[in-house]
Design a protein. Structure first.
Lengths: 460, 347
């Protein structure tokens, strides 16, 4: 069930989807996160077995589109040999993709070759980039989560491609280093997500700039241009620092390092690490060499710019005015074109807008009622303060609405007029608005997992 | 603590008693035939800058258009016709005789320009067009175009709307006539005059052939432009320098200190520094209730004697001139002192 960001009190639309999966060690089934994200009920079927077995999502990694599900029926895994994970296949070598393209009862196999190995955006979250392998085997909806095999071992998990009108014969699989990292991450019973340095940097190929920074003509180093305050580099790296090496791997001026004989972007060193791991950086600060160490974690503000799954939308409805924190799902639901809202979204992390507005609270919609009939010009506005008090989070807005003054003066960002509400009128209209629009709940401040409480039912 | 205060006055008046009287055909009759049509062809070759290579200009583009001949040997065209021009030429419709012309005054905001022939006698024999300033909704206007022979092609249309609408360069809005008219395509119909009983009522701004709706720069805007153009330095259309918001919402009105239920006025949301509005003491949160002796309703409209409800900014753009002092009545909420400041408008 995908949440309905335009009527966030509703449970959301019911949808049914089919993907593929494969058995790995420990009686577990691996599939894509996007196959089981927002799921209420999951069943698995075996080739040649008429039964549908209820399954449970044990771990889900939305940032790398992988999930592990388990089946409680004891005989499901009988006579099944788990698949083994291989290495990154060579370019031009042949691979076979297994799955259920466009549904169907019988398994389908397509083959192709390894076309390219590169960093790609993982569209499930729309904000994470990891290594992905492009293959020429046909992949269609229903292949998702299925194994791509080479020499009897898993070479990757089929996960995304283009619709036919964009590109043909371009499909992607998640390579085994990403899969192995996921399995290692969950081995402690918890998925901790990918950490990130949370910096932006510039390549240092311009000779004049290199001289200015006191660098030799040796093609080494990249320049830190910004450091995200909510990230692990805050207070350790500063704009203007030149990164010379990461964990002892020299960083070239085009931001590449050499890892196991292959050139890769230096972030790949961080990609292979886990939350809580350290990374050592050799840097040049004010032309003086320095070694710093930082402890990795995932900075929270990025999650606003990606899709969220298995969470309930947060909102406050007051006097028919629907206030929602800005995030990708909300933006897509309303197809917001408002430039101010888009600016807050695009520059949320880069301009550190989250420091002033951890929640960017948008008056997303108005449920019409006599008490708000003249308020439509305020739609799309971003709440700045209520009765002179700055509002940073949705909780603060809910508290401001719960306080006692009769008149609420809401200032939006920009030069618009204040939005003025009279509490007694709103209180008088509350039940009427709830009834008219079938609003089940006037606010939700917690992103509690939507699936909580449904796990019981799955264990039948 | 509300006070009524007056910001003093200068005056602009421009009322023509217009009434929806009996309708006469806008197309000149055969009896009324023009010996020399007050219409010339205007040939313009221009080059705009290439913003990808800002040190160079794009290839020259030529446009053929029409111009309305006014008194004192002036020819009125739209500004976008002669924008970025390198060479402008006038051509007599009936004889095909040509002469070079200069752009005397151009106003890109109002999209109007005045041309003059280099050869002073070039327009001799043409009876210039006067301005018809009494056009109202329901009037019929004729669009004047030229056949390849130089003969007149007149099409009649109905004025459906008079409202403030955006002009091509999109800074604020100006008074606009919207006319329902089935225009015919002719090769050089760029600046088409709209004529009421042989007087100039407007100039084509844009035409949508699907809806057959034509927007025209109306006579009041043209008159303002011409009057200003007569002065030594052209200053253009003034503005006061504040933004506003309707006061329809009762809670906002009450917040701004307005007690009366049906009182009009707009809420001031921003006052630009250094503008007449700032100098007059206007502040955010004030309610402007009257401009140039016209009361403003909660949406910001005044009742124009000719056109009915029109946004009050028309009183500042089409009716006032830079430097005029405009009486503005407002209720002040934030400062209790009496304001008796004159607001001089700047362009």
């Amino acid at each position: 069930m995908d949440p309905d960001y335009k009527a966030p009190w509703n449970a959301g639309g019911l949808e049914r989807g089919v993907g593929a999966g494969f058995v790995i060690s420990g009686n577990r089934i691996m599939t894509n996160a996007h196959v089981v994200a927002n799921s209420r009920y999951v069943t698995v079927e075996r080739d040649g077995d008429p039964n549908k077995y209820p399954a449970k999502v044990q771990f889900i990694a939305n940032d790398c589109d992988l999930a592990v599900i388990t089946v409680s029926a004891p005989d499901f895994f009988k006579n099944m040999l788990p698949l083994k994970l291989g290495e990154i296949p060579a370019l031009e070598s042949t691979v076979s993709a297994y799955g259920y393209p466009i549904g169907g009862e019988r398994m389908s196999v397509t083959t192709g070759i390894v076309s390219r190995i590169d960093f790609q955006l993982y569209t499930h979250s729309s904000v994470d980039q990891h290594l992905a392998i492009q293959i020429s085997a046909q992949i269609n909806p229903g292949n998702s989560g299925g194994p791509v095999m080479q020499d009897g071992k898993v070479a990757g998990v089929a996960f995304q491609g283009y619709s036919g009108d964009v590109a043909q014969g371009v499909a992607y699989m998640i390579p085994t280093p990403v899969i192995k990292r996921f399995l290692q991450d969950i081995s402690n019973g918890h998925y901790d997500e990918y950490p990130d340095l949370a910096i932006t940097y510039a390549k240092l190929q311009n000779p004049a700039q290199r001289r200015f920074l006191g660098l030799k003509d040796d093609d080494r180093g990249v320049l830190v241009s910004s450091v995200v305050a909510a990230g692990p580099s805050d207070g350790i790296l500063y704009p203007g620092d030149v990164l010379m090496a990461i964990d002892g791997h020299p960083i070239a001026s085009d931001a590449n390092v050499e890892l196991e004989g292959e050139r890769a972007q230096f972030e790949e060193v961080v990609e292979r690490k886990f939350k809580g791991d350290s990374v050592k950086m050799d840097i040049l600060r004010n032309k003086r060499p320095l070694t710093v160490e930082l402890k990795l974690y995932k900075p929270w503000p990025y999650s606003v710019q990606g899709h969220s799954y298995d969470v309930r939308p947060r909102y406050v409805l007051y006097g028919g005015l629907l206030f929602q924190p800005l995030n990708l799902d909300m933006l897509e639901a309303y197809r917001t074109a408002d430039l101010r809202v888009r600016h807050f979204f695009e520059y949320f992390v880069l301009d550190q807008l989250y420091l002033q507005h951890p929640d960017v609270i948008v008056l997303a919609n108005i449920l019409p009622d006599p008490i708000n009939t003249y308020l439509s010009p305020y739609r799309g506005g971003i709440v700045d303060e209520v009765n002179g008090k700055k509002i940073r989070t949705l909780d603060e807005l809910a508290s401001a609405f719960a306080e006692s003054p009769e008149r609420l003066v809401i200032r939006m960002i920009g030069d618009g007029p204040p939005l003025v509400l009279n509490r007694s009128q709103i209180e008088a209209a509350r039940e009427r608005i709830k009834m008219r629009y079938n609003v089940l709940k006037e606010q939700n401040l917690e992103e509690q997992p939507a699936s909580k409480g449904t796990e019981q039912a799955n264990k039948t | 603590m509300t006070r009524h205060s007056f910001i003093a006055f200068g005056l602009i008046l421009f009322t023509v008693s217009g009434a929806l009287g009996k309708k006469e055909s806008a197309v000149p009759s055969a009896l009324n035939k023009q010996k020399q049509l007050a219409l010339v062809r205007v040939n313009v070759t221009g080059q705009s800058y290439d913003y990808f290579r800002p040190w160079q200009k794009k290839a020259p583009v030529s446009k053929r258009a029409l111009g309305a001949v006014l008194s004192k040997g002036r020819v009125l065209v739209t500004a976008d016709l002669v924008a970025n021009q390198n060479y402008v030429e006038l051509e007599r419709a009936e004889s095909g005789e040509k002469t070079a012309a200069t752009v005397e005054v151009i106003d890109h905001e109002a999209n109007l320009a005045l041309l003059q022939p280099v050869e002073k006698t070039f327009l001799d024999g043409i009876t210039p067009l006067e301005i018809a300033s009494d056009t109202v909704v329901g009037d019929r206007l004729a669009a004047w175009q030229l056949e390849p022979t130089g003969a007149l092609l007149a099409t009649e249309g109905l004025v459906t709307t008079v409202q403030m609408m955006p002009y091509p360069i999109d800074v604020g809005e100006f008074l606009t006539f919207r006319i329902s008219i089935p225009m015919q395509y002719r090769e050089n119909s760029y600046t088409v005059p709209l004529v009421k009983k042989n007087k100039l009522a407007g100039l084509l701004l844009r035409y949508d052939s699907r809806s057959q709706l034509l927007d025209a720069i109306p006579a009041p805007v043209i008159t303002h432009f011409l009057k200003d153009a007569e002065s030594q330095n052209y200053r253009g259309f003034p503005s006061a320098g504040f933004s506003f918001f309707p006061t329809r919402d009762p809670a906002l009105r009450e917040f701004a200190g307005e007690k009366a239920k049906n009182a009009g006025g707009v809420y001031v949301t921003n006052v630009e520094p250094g503008t007449p509005a700032t100098k007059a003491g206007l502040q955010i949160g004030d309610i402007v209730t009257a401009v140039a002796n016209n009361e403003i309703d909660q949406n910001g409209n005044y009742v124009d004697p000719l056109y009915g409800k029109i946004e009050f900014t028309n009183l500042l753009t089409a009716h006032a001139y830079a430097g005029d002092v405009i009486p503005t009545l407002m209720r002040v909420m934030l400062s209790p002192c009496a304001l008796s400041v004159t607001a001089s408008l700047c362009s």
